[in-house]
Design a protein around this ligand. Sequence first.
Ligand SMILES: Nc1nc2c(ncn2[C@@H]2O[C@H](COP(=O)(O)OP(=O)(O)OP(=O)(O)O)[C@@H](O)[C@H]2O)c(=O)[nH]1
Ligand SMILES: [Mg+2]
Length: 220
Amino acid sequence: MGNCNKKGKPSRPSVRDPINIRGDKENKVSYAKVVLIGNSGVGKTSIAQRFIEGKFDENNKNTVGASYFQKNISFKDGSSLCLYIWDTAGGEKFQALAPLYYRVKSKYIINIFQNAHAAVVCYSVTDDDSLKQIDTWLNKLDEHGNIAKMIKVVVGNKSDVDKSERRVDLKEGKLFAQQRDLPFFETSALLNDGSIDELFQKLASQIKQSFTKEELHATV
Ligand SMILES: Nc1nc2c(ncn2[C@@H]2O[C@H](COP(=O)(O)OP(=O)(O)OP(=O)(O)O)[C@@H](O)[C@H]2O)c(=O)[nH]1
Ligand SMILES: [Mg+2]
């Protein structure tokens, strides 16, 4: 699981054990678990792909279950934070089956929200229902998360679309997040415009500020 300590390509590790990853004080590496949630089709997998692999695939299939990716974030003070980003299935079909509890190699069952330091709650600017559903996702986090100071951010994805395709304008998204006292971002996974890097960089900074070094470990 040392990918975050090495230079080179970030990878998508296979999940073999219910790994109990601990921050490595000597290497100044800490770990944080981040969950990507929101309705099906809002672009969670595309956001993860843009961030991890720097690419966009317009033929992404609906996610089944969940998987995680890791990527290291470096700070100016020389420290770094390894983000474990869990991409989850937004589809109701999959939610009904196993929204929160994920079977790893048919052996271990994990509550995906357990030990999450942060949640990126996504909607699509092309789908106003996906914005309304954000409250449902926030409730799920409260119900199933166990870290009281979990950081939550609201993300309106697909900011690249034509005006004619937009159903939620920037102002409405901002106001929605503001009313819930949450940070807000608009992103595009399609465009390589830095919006997704900015989201994760800011999120990582906030995680670093809010949690002690001892708290920054991830249990997947
Ligand atoms: N224009 C545009 N399309 C996007 C963007 N992000 C994702 N899409 C498209 O939206 C569709 C759904 O994207 P996914 O990333 O699979 O959505 P998801 O949230 O992971 O969906 P589930 O896995 O079913 O929960 C795909 O056709 C993507 O190509 C974006 O930023 N802009
Ligand atoms: Mg997906």
